[in-house]
Design a protein around this ligand. Structure first.
Ligand SMILES: Cc1ncc(COP(=O)(O)O)c(CN[C@@H]2CONC2=O)c1O
Length: 281
């Protein structure tokens, strides 16, 4: 198969990463996971904008224009005859002799490739389970960085408990999931953590907010406590690869009546219409 590698589309086996690439040694890089439906990227502009914003926050100049990256992605999708899948896109700082100091000049390494990924339709219907654990990550959560060990160790708490996601809290205030944003529904109103340095401002989160605004559904971007989460009428997570997944049980205790709630299901329908609108046949 073909992949994006430093501005070109190459055979996968030709995309070789140097042992002193700072992405490999320091997790010094930024990334995006972009959803492809019917061969078309969903919310591509938003993802590319965020990629550049993340790069800027780590003082990394991307040596490609947004249009060049867009063209590479469209070219890759055509060459790979893509249908529904996920695109992984990453830019690391590049190759220099190992040193913590960020080098004055270095040429970043760009990679992009398609990963299998069908829509999680069953999970959307049944909902999934989660555990709650302390958010022990750093304070740059707004940067979509490939320094993901904090997220990896949090996700382990979920998988060790046979759950889908680990819901994180900082001093009792729910922030987000290890690789998702978290939403609560209480008396018909939605709540999610404000977009600051303690969460990634998810593209799916932003799309849900635009749907809430357009449909005049009440919501508040505010921190809520672990106790409020446990007593929520409904919970759901959002992410590019998962879309909107109800959370029906947390730490072994049912949320609401233990089945996906009406507000969550309404949002799933509205979100599906967005996908159809942007990536329909
Ligand atoms: C920590 C974290 N929070 C929230 C999200 C949701 O953001 P999006 O709505 O923009 O996807 C992600 C996405 N994680 C990506 C999406 O899938 N796999 C990942 O690593 C994430 O890693």
């Amino acid at each position: 198969g073909k992949v994006i590698f430093n501005g070109h589309i190459v055979d996968r086996e030709k995309a070789i990463i140097h042992i002193e690439d700072r992405g490999f040694q320091f997790g010094d890089g930024v990334y995006e996971v972009i959803r492809i439906y019917n061969g078309k990227p969903f919310t591509l502009k938003e993802h590319i904008d965020r990629l550049y914003a993340s790069a800027q926050k780590i003082y990394m100049e991307i040596p490609y224009s947004k249009q060049e990256i867009t063209d590479l992605i469209i070219n890759l999708l055509e060459q790979e005859n893509a249908s529904t899948c996920n695109l992984y896109l990453q830019i690391s700082r590049g190759v220099v002799p190992r040193n913590h100091v960020i080098p004055e000049t270095v040429s970043p390494t760009l990679i992009g490739y398609l990963m299998p990924g069908t829509r999680p339709v069953d999970l959307m219907k049944t909902g999934g389970k989660a555990v709650i654990t302390e958010d022990l990550r750093w304070h740059y959560c707004d940067i979509k960085s490939i320094s993901l060990l904090g997220a990896v160790l949090a996700k382990k708490k979920a998988t060790d408990a046979g759950c889908l996601e680990a819901i994180l809290h900082r001093d009792g205030i729910i922030t987000e999931g290890s690789s998702t944003n978290i939403w609560m529904v209480q008396n018909g109103k939605l709540f999610t953590h404000p977009a600051n340095q303690f969460i990634l401002n998810g593209i799916t989160r932003q799309k849900v907010i635009s749907l809430l605004d357009f449909n005049q559904l009440p919501y508040e971007e505010t921190g809520f406590t672990v106790e409020q989460l446990q007593n929520a009428d409904e919970l759901f997570l959002t992410s590019t690869t998962m879309e909107i997944i109800p959370i029906v049980e947390v730490d072994g205790v049912k949320i609401g009546n233990g089945t996906p709630g009406d507000v969550t299901r309404k949002l799933q329908t509205l979100f599906e219409q967005e996908i159809e609108h942007e990536c329909g046949h």
